[in-house]
Design a protein around this ligand. Structure first.
Ligand SMILES: Cc1ncc(C[n+]2csc(CCOP(=O)(O)OP(=O)(O)O)c2C)c(N)n1
Length: 941
């Protein structure tokens, strides 16, 4: 055996380590290895008996090289402000029992690296490794567990494939770009002193990095590039990457946006309504879109969606947009995702990335079916500060990027003052993403030239850091110096470039035309009357055909016996026209099937939605013998569009953000997210407040996301009862969403079909409070007739009471499951003086549907709102003014329900049952003027 010939690089290292172990204790290795090593120690193959100290040195050289590869980044010069790197003992030769002299005597071939032929010995080889791994780039990829990826990254770093001069950059173009970036900030600083702009300065290389990635993406024929970012440097990126005109930005700075009285392209009445609710948004969170025209048929659209101030909240939204852009749904079956169509680029803050939970939630989506976007390129805009907070108070990790390690995302930390290293990082990121379709992270380490915003005094909190920053040259100046040193330009050129840019900006400022320059995105007005005209009924024959298709399973597919029986029961549900045999899940399936037949694609996600949290849906069957899956709605012969159903990971915030992104990117698809229990939606309150409810008013977006939220008081305790209806009603204004609480399968069927039909004509988010016990309750079941006729009814009056309206003295108004508790009470038959009417659409408040109900009971004395939620929750507080206006003093208005409470409901099911019973009794007690007990409050308002 020839040690040098047979083993080299890491292999040699491993064998030599083993050999060292063997030398210490021969029994520590297995018998075969022991026998081989026994032969080594006697002279073999022309290599003199490997003397013990020599072996130790070889092992030392190899392990040192490995340590440099793994921990070299800890000695890299990553901070432009010059703080010393933390270093690591494993990077010292002595830790490995070798000296420089030892290394000089060992052959370079010991270290397996692409450059090894060009160096003379192991010392030079380790020096070359240090120059790569401990320079101004820190490669941090040791956590990648796929050997092929690790090897690719190692070779990419060590071969210098993406580095000048092997891959040249245009130094003049780079200088011009850095001049644009810097001049823009200087100009704003000079003309609008103290005005917030969240300057990019200190991280100026962000723009050339984005240029590089976008240029490569365009060459790779990626059509949709979506950039998500927070405030830092956003204006600069908008101006230079998204090509938002300087004039528009400067006009916004001069605050010439207000005072507009007209929205173009929509009729006056709709325009007035929209203007009233149109709040617009601050300039450093608004989005933009740019089309890059390439050679036919290449058209690249780069867009930056708007985002709220809530850092990182746009991250899942952008991912959802990228996923939807890359997904084709125009054919039946499952959707087809093409990872080469879109590229998400996410720019994070160094405090926000480790601090905001939504980051971890969204990273966890990155490789899941139904969420995978083909890889995101992340850039941490690391200015080493979060507002006034230092890294030591902002994270428990060494690097801002460490969270990404758990998701096996390769990381490069790069010094933002080294333009070539930054460009190399961008190239590496794109190449890795293309090769492995996985995320890549660039930790761009720079500084922040001013305070958090430009009016802030950063020396209050970081005096020493800012002393350095004040004296620190900009990256443009540093790059100009490099170019001069390389003899590429003369000394006056950088200044000239700067003057030209400043003059150009001055000219723009002097010739602003606000009416032309201010192009605000405008919400699309709904098609007048569309919501009223929609037909949602489906002929009985068509429903039966769809139903028959849904009952089909492939030959030889073995269903679970219980499901088999359920399918047989379902089979008879549509046998007659008027038998109420259609339960909630069957109605949902029929709604989905008919929507697919209409050519509208559906995406349904949420925790355990395939089966359904309450075992009701079974959208996916599992073969009992083979484990194979079958999704009836993907095999529906009548379908003309794709159906997707995905169990989501256990997140609400990122999940809703992602679905919102899918929805706004491809508004023609029915996107549905289901909560496991409705109250878990409060984990996504940020997404609801900032996107679902207000994006229309702020940014002119027109979402139509459907959220299914199981709701109802059934003794399950404070955390499984309420979908927090009150919060949605509180957010509802200016017709920004629809909120429904349906009580029958047919109502749900029509509602889903209504929403699908309005996706283009009158899009609005739809919040549906869905049932739990009512999923299979006979009173919630519907007949085929109910689906084949009629439409969604915002209000359902009491059919029984309508037979004898003159007997009615009290009209109970309620919504949702409490209706069933009321009508199944033994008091129902004894109290003909009470009519019970359901409000099925809570917002927009159905005044026109409710008015005739109030008017049809001639002897009415009082109206009562009955709810099972405490008084400070549920619909009461929001509906009360609407009810008051309708009643207009004609009758008293009474509240019957639980008194105000801080918790949604009681913890014990026995206590729940008692309260619920008392509640129903109060509702039927026509004589009690006022009843207040510990359980229930019944009072006139
Ligand atoms: C969710 C959320 N919490 C708090 C804030 C207030 N805030 C705005 S920026 C900022 C610091 C962000 O630091 P970093 O992520 O490092 O970005 P930088 O501003 O330094 O670029 C804070 C706390 C916010 N915008 N969003």
């Amino acid at each position: 055996m020839n040690l040098w010939r047979d083993f080299h690089g890491p292999n040699a290292g491993y064998v030599l380590e083993l050999y060292e172990r063997y030398r210490q204790n021969p029994d520590s290795v297995d018998a075969a290895t022991r026998a081989s090593f026994a032969r080594w120690t006697s002279a073999v193959d022309g290599v003199p008996s490997v003397a013990a100290p020599a072996i130790g040195k070889i092992v030392g050289a190899v392990t040192l090289a490995q340590a440099i590869r793994t921990y070299g980044h800890l000695a890299a010069q990553l901070d432009p402000l010059g703080s010393p790197p933390p270093g690591d003992l494993s990077l010292e030769p002595t830790t490995h029992g070798v000296t420089e002299e030892d290394l000089r005597r060992l052959p370079a071939s010991l270290i397996d690296a692409p450059f090894v032929e060009r160096v003379a010995n192991a010392l030079e080889a380790t020096q070359a490794l240090r120059a790569i791994y401990s320079s101004t780039i820190g490669y941090d990829y040791g956590h990648i567990r796929v050997p092929e990826e690790r090897e690719w990254l190692r070779l990419a770093a060590e071969s210098g494939r993406f580095r000048p001069p092997r891959d040249p950059i245009n130094p003049e173009a780079l200088l011009e770009r850095l001049t644009q970036v810097e001049a823009f900030e200087h100009f704003l600083h000079r003309m609008f002193p103290g005005k917030t702009r969240f300057s990019l300065e200190g991280l100026d290389m962000m723009v050339p990095i984005l240029d590089e990635v976008i240029g490569e993406a365009a060459e790779a024929r990626i059509h949709n590039i979506l950039i998500g970012m927070a405030h830092r440097g956003r204006l600069n990126v908008l101006a230079h990457v998204l090509n938002k005109p300087y004039a528009q930005i400067l006009a916004e700075f001069k605050d010439l946006t207000r005072g507009r009285t007209r929205l173009d392209g929509i009729d006056q009445a709709a325009g007035d309504r929209l203007l009233a609710s149109w709040t617009g948004y601050v300039k450093y969170h608004m989005g933009a879109r740019r089309a890059l025209k390439g050679g036919e048929p290449l058209n690249v659209v780069v867009s930056m969606p708007p985002n709220p101030s809530h850092v990182e909240s746009a991250y899942p939204v952008v991912e959802g947009m990228a996923y939807a852009a890359g997904t084709q749904v125009d054919k039946p079956g499952p959707p087809r995702f093409d990872p080469t169509v879109s590229l998400p680029i996410l720019i994070h803050g160094d405090a926000a990335f480790p601090g905001q939970g939504v980051v971890a939630e969204t990273l966890n989506l990155s490789r899941l079916p139904g969420y995978h976007t083909g890889g995101t390129i992340h850039v941490i805009a690391n200015n080493q500060l979060g507002y006034t907070t230092n890294p030591k108070d902002a994270r428990s990790t060494l690097y801002a990027s460490d969270l990404a390690m758990g998701f096996e995302i390769p990381i490069v930390h790069v010094n933002a003052d080294d333009p070539e290293a930054c460009i190399e990082s961008a190239r590496l990121a794109f190449a890795y993403r293309t090769k492995f379709q996985k995320d890549f992270l660039i930790d761009l380490i720079g500084y922040r030239r001013y305070g958090h915003n430009e009016g802030d005094e950063p020396r209050f909190t970081q005096p020493l850091m800012y002393e350095k920053i004040e004296r620190h040259l900009t990256v443009r100046e540093l790059w100009a110096t490099t170019m001069m040193t390389r003899g590429l330009i003369d000394g006056g050129w950088p200044k000239k470039l700067m003057q030209n840019r400043m003059q150009a900006l001055q000219r723009v400022l002097e010739s602003l035309h606000p009416e032309v320059d201010l192009v605000e995105s405008q919400p699309k007005a709904p098609a007048p009357g569309a919501a009223r005209r929609v037909q949602t009924a489906v002929p009985a024959r068509r429903l039966r055909e769809l139903h028959a298709s849904l009952l089909w399973v492939p030959e030889g597919f073995t269903l679970h016996p219980k499901l088999e029986r359920a399918m047989q029961r379902r089979g008879t549900a549509l046998a007659t026209l008027d038998e109420p045999g259609i339960d909630w899940a069957t109605a949902e399936q029929l709604a989905f099937a008919s929507i697919l037949e209409d050519g509208i694609a559906i995406r349904l996600t949420g925790q355990d939605v395939e089966r359904g949290a309450f075992g009701q849906r079974h959208a996916v069957f599992h073969d009992m013998k083979t484990g194979k899956v079958f999704t009836p709605l993907q095999a529906l012969p009548q379908a003309k569009a794709a159906f997707a159903v995905f169990n989501s990971p256990l997140t609400e915030n990122a999940a809703i953000g992602f679905e919102y992104g899918c929805n706004v990117q491809e508004p023609g698809r029915l996107i549905i997210w289901e909560a496991q229990y409705g109250d878990f939606v409060n984990g996504a309150q940020m997404m609801i407040d900032e996107f679902v409810a207000s994006a229309r008013a702020k940014w002119g977006q027109t979402p139509s996301l459907v959220m299914l939220l199981p709701h109802g008081y059934e003794g399950k305790g404070p955390d499984h009862s309420s979908a927090r209806l009150e919060r949605f009603l509180e957010l509802a204004a200016e017709t920004n969403m629809r909120i429904a609480n349906c009580t029958t399968a047919a109502q749900y069927f029509h509602l889903l079909r209504w929403q699908a039909a309005l996706l283009e004509a009158d899009p609005l988010p739809l919040v549906v409070l869905t049932p739990k016990s009512l999923l299979r309750h006979p009173l919630a079941c519907s007949s085929l007739w109910d689906l084949a006729e009629g439409r969604f009814k915002p209000v359902i009056d009491d059919a029984q009471a309508r037979q004898r309206p003159e007997e009615v003295r009290r009209l109970i108004l309620c919504s949702g499951k409490i209706h069933v508790d009321l009508v199944t009470s033994e008091h129902r038959a004894e109290t003909p003086g009470i009519a019970i009417t359901r409000i099925e659409r809570l917002y927009p408040f159905p005044a026109d549907d409710l008015r005739p109900v109030l008017d049809c009971y001639p002897k009415l004395e009082s109206v009562a709102w009955v709810q099972e939620e405490p008084e400070n929750m549920g619909a009461w507080i929001s509906l009360r003014p609407h009810l008051g206006a309708l009643i207009n003093g004609r009758w008293s208005l009474r509240y019957i329900g639980r008194p105000p409470n801080s918790s949604p409901t009681e913890g014990s099911s026995a206590w729940h049952a008692t309260k619920q019973r008392t509640l129903v009794e109060h509702a039927y007690d026509l004589n009690s003027a006022i009843a207040e007990d510990v359980f229930i409050s019944s009072k006139e308002t």
